[in-house]
Every structure is written in C-alpha cells, then in structure tokens.
Design a protein around this ligand. Structure first.
Ligand code: DLL
Length: 433
C-alpha cells in the first residue's frame, strides 16, 4: 500500500472528523454571514443566526445554492474577502450563461496544493516520478491545480498542457514520463497517437495515470490501461469547490475518497432536495469548510453519485463516493420519450465520419417540442458538401429510428463541442426558459 500524504487527517476517526467538520462549518457560516450578502439574506430568511448552527441538521434547513445563484453574482458577488486578499482567479468554462469566477487567498491555494498532493500520493505517485500534466493550463483549474500538487510531493513536473499530441508523445519518450495526468479522452487520444506514430508502449516508462474532469467508466479504464501500460485512477473535482483534489481513488480503487476535512458532503434527491441515506444514489451537494475567498454552503453539483463510509483497506477514513457517471441535467424527456445522451453517443458510433462531440437541444416551437441534434464532423477525412448533406440525412434517419422521435440534425465543426479544453453540455433544454 502506498504512503498517505497527511495521515493525521486522512485516517482520523470519524467521530473526531465530524467534530472538526462542525467547528469548521461554524466558522464558515460566521464568515459568510458577515461578508456575503447572498448568504446573510438566506440565513435571515430561514430565521437562522450563525450561532444556531449546532449540528448538520441546522445546515439542512438552508436551501441549496445553485450555479444560477453564482451566475447572478458574477463576477465577485459571492467573494467573502476583499480583492486585495485574492491571489488567484480561475473560471469555469462558460456555456449558456456567464461563467463562474472563483477566487483563492494564499491559504486557499495552500490547501488546494495539499489536497492534490494527497490525491497523487494516494495513487502511488511520489518524488521519483516524472509527471506529465496534459490538462490545460489557464482559467481551467486542472493544469495549475495538479501542477502545484505535483511539485509539493517533489515529483519532476512537465507542464506540457493539453493539445499537440505528437509533442506529448515525444516528451513521454524523451523525458521518460512515469505519471500521466489528463482527461480520459486524452488518454485514449494518446493511445491512438502511439499506434499512428508506431511507438511501442513498452518502450515508454509510464506506470500510473490520474484521469478526470469528465465522466468515464470501467471499459475506458481497461482500454487506457491496456494500451498505455499504466494503472489508471479516477480523480474528481469542480471549479466552484476549488478544482481537482476534491476526491480521488486510492490503490484499492473502490470509490473516490472525499477530502472531508475540507468539505461537508451530502447526497440529495435531485427532485425534492431531501438528504438521502448512505448508499443511495443522488446529487452531490458540497459545503466548503476551509475556503476563505469563495466559501459555499450546500452547493448542488448536478453530479450523481452515492457515498460509502465503510472502512477502506487503505486505512483512510474519509468517505468514498462512487464514480460520477451521470448528471442530473443529462436526462431529456420529450413527448414522453426519455432520451439519455449515452444512447445518442452509442448510436453515433455507427458513423466513423463523425467526431466525439454532440449536443441535444430541445426547444418549444408553436406549442410543440422539437429536438435538434448537433453533431461534430470528424477531423479526417475532408468531405465534399454533397457528402456532408448525405451524412446529415443518414444521421437524422438513424437517430429518429433509434430514439423513436422526430428530430433534426445539424453538422458542426470538429472540436466545436468537445475538446480537451472545452466541454459544452450534452443537453440544452430551452423549453423552460
Ligand atoms: O473539471 C476539475 C477537475 C480537473 C477535476 C481535473 C478532475 C480533474 P470543472 O471544469 O468545473 O472542473 O468541471 C466540473 O466536471 O461537476 C463533473 O460533472 C465533471 N467531472 C469532473 N471530474 C469528473 C470525474 C473540473 N472524475 C465537472 N468523473 C463536475 C466524472 C467529472 N465527471
């Protein structure tokens, strides 16, 4: 079993952990009541004062905070410190509305670094490793998040960022990369690039990979492991809560350990908002416990998972969450037909000419629901206009038959919906707007 970065905290008895969480919750509530008008208003409306928070039951009396609440406060309305105390800003990828901006104080950055260091250590990455970070650096939290964590554990960091796949392969060969960090799609993309360039994976030094920032499953894990010859771990996070480092698998790979000393996690029924018992699948809801610049109470993620607090062979006592395989906003019901994006993805696999990205857009036109499916064209080969029109019509026929619903298809540019740095939502439901 590999080392534990912060054993005193990561293996703390759960009763002590609860006490620590409660104390940190009380100080967070105090802070947001004083400095964030949105939360002051929320507490006042619920008839709560900060000193009323004596248990997590009291927290549950507050409504959930949503992405829209963050958007309404764009850019700095939810910050709990003045800007002069903020030393870093990141932003989520804007899709339908203004993006969300997250700020970090010096302490926030130190905590974040520590969380990522824990995650890397849990996956067996250490100071002997050469870590290639293939996540984008920039406003996206992933590149910088992993960068500082990897430096903290003393690994040699290659900040290559995303893109330029040939260069990625060259660096893996020349710098003898042992640990690869990126999205699972990039993992597969690299595997294909090795094939194309005729590089034998046995000639590389890869042994471990941390993959996340998008849903993936055991099939993809097996494929990445077999083609890149490494052990692949799932790592989860979201910018609103701080970025990567929120939860990561340990070597047992039986769920992702949540950094519960920094976050209080609930699973709620996405429809009613009611807290669900351990083991039930529902929407993950996070309350930050140590964040100074951008604290959030009961933030609903839209990610579906379940929790498990049973002992883990690795010795960590932090609860484990299941993989996030679906989002609450993923299911689209139209004319009584339930449409899952996974189903569409599978149907599109029959067409080698199309790329990975697609988007379902539901609209209401003259009292009727209509569905438009945007489909990315693949990068190669270049197609003539008549061939594109034929493809579009074939896709329409195939999807109409598979989904049992009339729809239109529109082809869009390669990578315009999905690329290593960009993930448009797979479903946009404009009917309720
Ligand atoms: O993706 C942070 C991150 C970076 C996590 C690197 C892991 C590795 P956002 O851009 O705000 O932040 O996107 C967050 O991506 O709510 C999930 O829906 C999805 N997501 C992130 N990690 C996973 C994962 C980063 N391991 C949103 N499995 C989240 C499934 C994931 N979905």
């Amino acid at each position: 079993m590999s080392a534990i970065w912060n054993p005193a905290l990561e293996t703390m008895p759960r009763a002590e952990l609860r006490q620590l969480q409660l104390e940190r919750l009380q100080s967070t509530v105090n802070r947001v009541y004083r400095y964030v008008s949105y939360y002051r208003h929320l507490l006042d409306t619920a008839g709560l004062q900060p000193e009323d928070f004596q248990s997590f039951e009291d927290l549950r009396r507050l409504p959930l905070t949503t992405k829209q609440d963050l958007r309404n406060s764009y850019p700095y309305g939810m910050f709990a410190v003045p800007l002069r105390e903020v030393v870093r800003l990141h932003s989520s990828i804007g899709t339908t509305g203004p993006p969300t901006v997250v700020g970090y104080t010096r302490n926030d950055l130190d905590h974040w670094t520590d969380l990522v260091a824990r995650a890397l250590t849990a996956c067996g990455v250490g100071r002997e490793d050469v870590v290639q970070i293939s996540f984008g650096y920039g406003l996206f939290t992933a590149g910088f998040g992993f960068h500082y964590g990897a430096e903290a554990i003393g690994a040699a960091v290659i900040p290559v960022s995303s893109g330029n796949i040939e260069r990625q392969v060259e660096l893996m060969q020349d710098f003898r990369t042992t640990a690869l960090i990126g999205t699972p799609s990039q993992g597969l993309h690299l595997a294909r690039a090795l094939d194309k360039l005729g590089v034998d994976p046995h000639s590389l030094s890869l042994r471990v990979g941390l993959f996340g920032a998008e849903p993936w499953g055991e099939k993809t894990r097996t494929e990445i492991e077999q083609r890149l010859l490494l052990t692949a771990y799932d790592t989860y996070g979201l910018s609103e809560i701080g970025g990567p480092g929120v939860s990561t698998e340990c070597e047992c790979r039986c769920g992702l350990h949540l950094a519960e000393d920094h976050f209080y996690v609930e699973v709620v029924d996405p429809q009613t908002g009611e807290t669900l018992p351990e083991g039930a699948e529902g929407e993950l809801v996070f309350t930050t416990l140590t964040k100074e610049a951008f604290p959030l109470l009961r933030y609903r993620t839209g990610d579906l998972a379940s929790l498990d607090t049973s002992p883990c062979p690795c010795g960590r006592t932090f609860a484990r969450m299941s993989r996030v395989s679906r989002r609450t906003d993923d299911l689209l019901v139209m004319q009584g037909v339930s449409i899952y994006p996974d189903e569409v993805e599978q149907a599109l696999r029959a067409f080698p000419e199309v790329g990975k990205g697609f988007q379902l857009i539901a609209r209401r036109e003259e009292e009727a629901d209509v569905l438009e499916v945007l489909v990315e064209v693949g990068v190669v080969p270049e197609m003539s206009l008549p061939a594109l029109e034929r493809l579009q019509e074939n896709l329409r026929e195939h999807l109409t038959r598979t989904l049992g619903l009339d729809l239109t298809v529109r082809l869009v540019e390669p990578h315009s919906l999905r690329s290593p740095d960009k993930r448009e939502p797979r479903v946009i439901d404009q009917r309720s707007l």
